[in-house]
Design a protein around this ligand. Structure first.
Ligand code: GRF
Length: 210
């Protein structure tokens, strides 16, 4: 039986597109956006996927929206929920409901630069290596168990745009890979450290995009 995946997004959805393009052995059972105009939602529709808009601005009550969102997700009986540029903070109750089957991609080498404006901050700090991380979501923002990371060099003449583009190319590589591993039952969580079942030594950490 294939892995049932629900995707949550808020914007352009390039990671979602990369996941679709990777032709993974998964079934994307719904794509849900809190922004009805999200390009990712249009892409989902064009590809015959079940696209759902749940406009958070119509729900002034945060907690009520979180419950509605969680119920909508649950309705599709997902094995995995994929956050692909979902720009709303999720409540602890929501996260608890999906913990262990909730993945996120973050545009930095966590635990460096959690939160927003990661590329600006990387440039301001003068780091020489930057990158992206796929991790399981836990109640602490951008701190859950790390599945896979990819590193890129920071060049002297980089701007936020050039650095973001270099990182994004790697996001598009590692997110499908992480989902493939999850769907194949390959990810083992040992006390917050995620490894690959058949390779407990290297692969899940070794992914440079240099
Ligand atoms: C990506 O940079 C991702 O790391 C972050 O949000 C952005 C989403 O981009 N979580 P896209 O919508 O997938 O193009």
């Amino acid at each position: 039986m294939s892995c049932r995946v629900v995707v949550l997004l808020s914007g352009r959805g390039s990671n979602f597109q990369a996941i679709v393009g990777a032709k993974l052995p998964i079934e994307i059972v719904a794509v849900i956006s809190n922004r009805p105009q999200a390009a990712g939602l249009a892409f989902a529709r064009e590809h015959g996927l079940n696209a759902v808009a749940l406009d958070h601005t119509l729900h002034p009550d945060r907690a009520a929206f979180a419950v509605q969102l969680a119920d909508e997700i649950e309705r599709h009986r997902p094995d995995l929920v994929v956050l692909a540029g979902y720009m709303r903070i999720l409540s602890p109750a929501f996260i608890a409901r999906f913990e262990g089957r909730l993945l996120n991609i973050h545009p930095s080498l966590l635990p460096m630069f959690p939160g927003l404006k990661t590329h600006e901050r990387a440039l301001a700090e003068g780091v020489k290596i930057h990158g992206c991380t796929v991790h399981f979501v836990t109640a602490q923002l951008d701190h859950g168990p790390i599945v896979v990371q990819a590193a890129v060099p920071v060049r002297a003449d980089d701007t936020v745009a050039t650095l973001a583009a270099r990182v994004l190319a790697q996001e598009h590589r590692i997110y499908p890979q992480a989902i493939r591993w999850f769907a194949a039952g390959q990810l083992v969580n040992n006390d917050g450290r995620v490894n690959l079942k058949d390779d407990l030594t290297s692969q899940s950490v070794l992914s440079t995009g240099v």
